[in-house]
Design a protein around this ligand. Structure first.
Ligand SMILES: CC(C)(COP(=O)(O)OP(=O)(O)OC[C@H]1O[C@@H](n2cnc3c(N)ncnc32)[C@H](O)[C@@H]1OP(=O)(O)O)[C@@H](O)C(=O)NCCC(=O)NCCSC(=O)/C=C/c1ccc(O)cc1
Ligand SMILES: O=C(O)CCC(=O)C(=O)O
Ligand SMILES: [Fe+2]
Length: 357
C-alpha cells in the first residue's frame, strides 16, 4: 500500500520529495486540484500571445555526414537558433520506440518499486529518480519527475543495478547515439577551426554523459504550472528524443517570443549548451527553452546531456581566438559551473554570467 495522501498543502513537499513519492505519486493519489507549491506566478507562465507560429527551427537531414552542405546547415542553425532537429540519423525507429516505452514502463511501476531508486537511496550511484529541478531551493516546483543515468561507455559493472524495466533500451540507444554525438561535435568544431578532436578536447566536450527519462504527468491545470522553467542547458550539446505530444518551446529572436518545436517522428532535437557557447566565444548560442505541461496526456522525453568531464577547464578555444577576437569568458572548472547551476532554481540564461569576463 502506498503512503497516505497529503491533506494539508504544507505536506506536499514532504510527500513528493522527502517521502520519495515524486510528482507521479502525488498525481496517482487522484489529485483534483493543484497544490499551491506548483502554481507559477503569471510572469513565469507561457501565454498564447507570446507564441509565434510563423517561425520554426531547422530540420536537417544527416543521411550523408560527408555532404559539404551539411556542415554549413548545422553551423547556421547552431549560430542563429541554437536548436535544430535531425532526421535520417540511422538509429532504428524500434530503438527509439523501446526507449519511450521504457520511460512509461518505469513510471508505470508500483510506487514502492519506483521509490527504491530515489535520489540518495538508490542502490547505484549511476541511476537515481528525482523530481522538479532543485526542489529544496525553488520557489515553485516544476511539473516533472525524471530518472537519471550516468553512462560510462563499456563499464557494465556500473549498470548492473539499473532498473531492469529500462536498462536494455537505455543501453541500446546509448550505444547507437554515441556516433551521432561524435559526428555532430566534429562538424560543429570544424567550423571553429578545430581540425582534430584530441583526447583533451574530447574530455572537455563529452567527458561525461547523462541520460534522463523525463516524465511529465497530465495536469489538471496545465496553464498554471511549468513542466520545465526557462533555462539554457549547461552541456556542450543536448540530444533530445521527444514523444508525439509536444510542449517544448524555444525562445525566438523577437522580444519575449517563443517557438514550438513540433514533434517529428524519428527526429532528434539537438541544442547547443552553455559550454559550447563559451568554447565558441558566442559563435554558437545556448538558447533558452521551456516545457509546458499537458492537460490530458503523460508526456515523456529523453535528453542526453553531453557534458565535459568534471575536471575539464572550459573557456574560449585557442582556435577561436586565433583571429584576434577578445575572449568573452574566463576559464572555469566544469564541476564548479555544474554546482552553481544546481545551487538555484532555473533562471533563464543567467547561469552563463558566472563565466563572463
Ligand atoms: C551537487 C548537487 C547538484 C547539489 O548537492 P547538495 O546541495 O548537497 O544537495 P543534495 O543533492 O545533497 O540534496 C539535498 C537533499 O535534497 C534531495 N534532493 C535534491 N534534489 C532533488 C531532486 N531533484 N529530487 C529529489 N530530491 C532531491 C537530496 O536527495 C537530499 O535529500 P536528503 O539526503 O534526504 O537530505 C547534487 O544534487 C548533484 O550532484 N546532483 C546531480 C544532478 C544531476 O546529475 N542531474 C542529472 C542531470 S545532469 C545535467 O547535466 C543537466 C541537468 C539538467 C536538468 C534539468 C534541466 O532542465 C536542464 C539540465
Ligand atoms: O522535455 C523536453 O522536451 C525538454 C527538457 C529539457 O529542456 C531538459 O531536461 O533540460
Ligand atoms: Fe533543457
Amino acid at each position: 500500500m502506498s503512503t497516505a495522501t497529503p491533506n494539508a498543502s504544507s505536506d506536499v513537499l514532504d510527500f513528493v520529495v522527502h517521502k520519495a513519492n515524486g510528482l507521479k505519486g502525488l498525481v496517482d493519489t487522484g489529485l483534483q486540484s493543484l497544490p499551491r507549491q506548483y502554481i507559477q506566478p503569471p510572469e513565469r507562465r507561457l501565454h498564447a500571445s507570446q507564441v509565434i507560429s510563423q517561425e520554426s527551427i531547422p530540420i536537417i537531414d544527416v543521411s550523408n555526414w560527408d555532404d559539404p552542405q551539411l556542415v554549413e546547415s548545422i553551423f547556421e542553425a547552431a549560430s542563429k537558433w541554437g536548436f535544430f532537429q535531425i532526421i535520417n540519423h540511422g538509429i532504428p525507429q524500434e530503438i527509439l520506440d523501446h526507449l519511450q516505452d521504457a520511460a512509461h514502463g518505469f513510471f508505470g511501476l508500483p510506487n514502492e518499486e519506483r521509490k527504491k531508486f530515489w535520489k540518495g537511496k538508490s542502490p547505484t550511484d549511476t541511476a537515481f529518480l528525482a523530481t522538479s529541478f532543485t526542489p529544496l531551493k525553488e520557489k515553485v516546483l516544476e511539473w516533472k519527475d525524471y530518472l537519471s543515468f550516468r553512462y560510462i561507455p563499456g563499464d557494465e559493472k556500473s549498470q548492473t543495478l539499473w532498473p531492469s524495466v529500462c536498462k536494455d533500451p537505455v543501453l541500446d540507444y546509448m550505444k547507437r547515439v554515441e556516433m551521432v554525438i561524435k559526428k555532430l561535435l566534429e562538424l560543429l568544431l570544424t567550423k571553429l577551426n578545430v581540425r582534430e578532436i584530441d583526447k583533451e578536447k574530447e574530455y572537455a566536450l563529452m567527458g561525461s554523459l547523462t541520460i534522463n527519462l523525463n516524465y511529465y504527468p497530465h495536469c489538471p491545470n496545465p496553464e498554471l504550472v511549468t513542466g520545465v522553467g526557462c533555462h539554457s542547458d549547461i552541456s556542450s550539446i543536448t540530444v533530445l528524443l521527444q514523444d508525439d505530444i509536444g510542449g517544448l518551446y524555444v525562445r525566438g529572436i523577437e522580444e519575449d517570443s517563443w517557438i514550438h518545436i513540433p514533434p517529428v517522428n524519428g527526429a532528434l532535437v539537438i541544442n547547443i549548451g552553455d559550454v559550447l557557447q563559451i568554447m565558441s566565444n558566442d559563435q554558437y548560442k545556448s538558447i533558452e527553452h521551456r516545457v509546458v505541461a499537458n492537460g490530458s496526456k503523460n508526456r515523456v522525453s529523453v535528453p542526453i546531456f553531453v557534458n565535459p568531464g568534471p575536471d575539464a577547464l572550459i573557456g574560449p578555444l585557442p582556435e577561436v581566438l586565433e583571429t584576434g577576437a577578445a575572449p568573452r569568458y574566463k576559464p572555469i572548472l566544469f564541476s564548479d559551473y555544474f554546482s552553481y547551476f544546481f545551487s538555484k532554481g532555473h533562471d533563464g540564461k543567467n547561469s552563463i554570467n558566472y563565466a563572463k569576463i
